[in-house]
Every structure is written in C-alpha cells, then in structure tokens.
Design a protein around this ligand. Structure first.
Ligand code: GAR
Length: 209
C-alpha cells in the first residue's frame, strides 16, 4: 500500500466522530494516519481521548486573536507544523477565514447532521423537525469557503418519527454519522490517490443498521 495520508482532525467538543476516525485509522489497510487533533476550545472532551491514544493535540483559542484571519493563520501554522495533508472537521464549530479556506479547499472534509443542501448552519436537526421532513440524515462533504456548501462525498438517511424531538433525532443521525465518516474519508483519499477510474463505487447508506 502507498504511504498513508496525514490527516489532522479539528474538533470543538465531544469528539465522537473524531473517535470513529481514530479507530478506523488503526486498521492496517486504512489509507489515513491521524497525525494530530486540533481544538479551538480547551474544554473539548475529545482532546482527552486523542491524548489517551497518543495522538498529539493542540488548542488555540480564537479569544486570543483580534481577527478571524489572525486566528486562522495560527491554526494554519500548527497544521503545517504537523505536516497535515488533509483536514477532517468533526464537530468543529468555527467558520474559517477566506484565505485559510481557499488554501485548504480540496483537502478538507466536514460532517454535518443533515442531508445537505437542506438545513445548513446551526441546529440542523431542529430545522428538519420544524420543516416537517420525513427523512433526515448526515452528509460528509468537502469544505469550501461557502458554509456547508461543498460537494457531498457520502450521505446517509434516517427516518424522522412523529415522536422525535431534537435529541432523539440527533441521536439517530449521530449513529449513521459514525458509519459514514470513516468510509467517506477512505473513499476521498482513494479518489485523490488513484483518480476516479480505480475507485470503487460509492457506498451510500440508506437506513443503515
Ligand atoms: C455532530 O453531530 C456533527 O455532525 C455536528 O456536530 C456534532 C459533533 O459531535 N457538526 C455540525 O453541526 C457542523 N456544522 P461529535 O463532537 O460527537 O462528533
């Protein structure tokens, strides 16, 4: 197998999606190596898990900077110091400065708990309930300068039940997030490495178990 792609994960909180990527990357034939976990919040619970897995972590708070641009320059310097080739956003709740986003476009994935392009931005599960949709889900997509608008890589759908509230729907969606993110990262890397021709068909998941 060719050398593994060096992936940094960006988090702001719990880090359950981060965990699934770290676990997946332990497999010998997985094409990514997780080389660092970055958080903009020192209290992000996910940091502890990353450290327990001997993955280096870094925390830089936007509060220490007077502009989005200067914060993103510090973030970029950290990612370059780690030698990151790809960025996986996993519950990272900061919008990037344009310069940063442009530099890393084509090398960034994010997971969002809706079937994009529906329900961008904050509280997408509540947005889905408010809209009365009967199917919700999760999307792994490329990150581009426009929020939640980059091309989808993989999606999974779940039913919305009449009895759902934001909590129960979020929990159902989170389960499929954990299934698709490791798959999407793998497919994204394989496509970058081999081009379309040698890439297996996408495995989109509908009502996964
Ligand atoms: C996940 O549901 C993720 O899709 C969402 O935040 C949660 C983070 O959970 N991300 C966004 O809403 C990004 N716009 P986690 O920290 O346990 O992975």
């Amino acid at each position: 197998m060719s050398a593994k792609t060096k992936v940094a994960i960006l988090i702001s909180g719990r880090g359950s999606n981060m965990r699934t990527l770290i676990q997946a990357a332990k497999q010998e034939d997985y094409p990514a190596e997780i080389i660092g976990v970055f958080s903009n919040r020192a209290d992000a619970a996910g940091l502890e898990f990353a450290q327990s897995e001997n993955i280096q972590t870094a925390v830089i708070s936007q509060k220490d900077f007077d502009s989005r641009e200067s914060f993103c320059e510090a973030l970029d310097a950290q990612l370059e110091a780690w030698g990151a080739e790809l960025l996986a956003h996993a519950g990272y709740m900061r919008i990037h400065a344009d310069g940063f986003a442009q530099k890393w476009t084509g090398k960034m994935l994010n997971i969002h708990p809706s079937l994009l392009p529906s329900f961008k931005g904050l509280h997408p599960q509540q947005q889905a309930l408010d809209a009365g949709v009967k199917i919700a889900g999760a999307t792994v997509h490329e990150v581009t300068p426009e929020l939640d608008a980059g091309p989808p890589v993989l999606q999974a759908a779940v039913p919305v039940l009449d009895s759902d509230n934001a909590e129960s729907l979020s929990a159902r969606i989170l389960k499929v997030e954990h299934q698709i993110y490791p798959l999407a990262l793998k497919q994204f890397i394989e496509k970058r490495t081999n081009g379309d021709s040698e890439t297996a068909d996408q495995t989109n998941l509908i009502w996964p178990n």
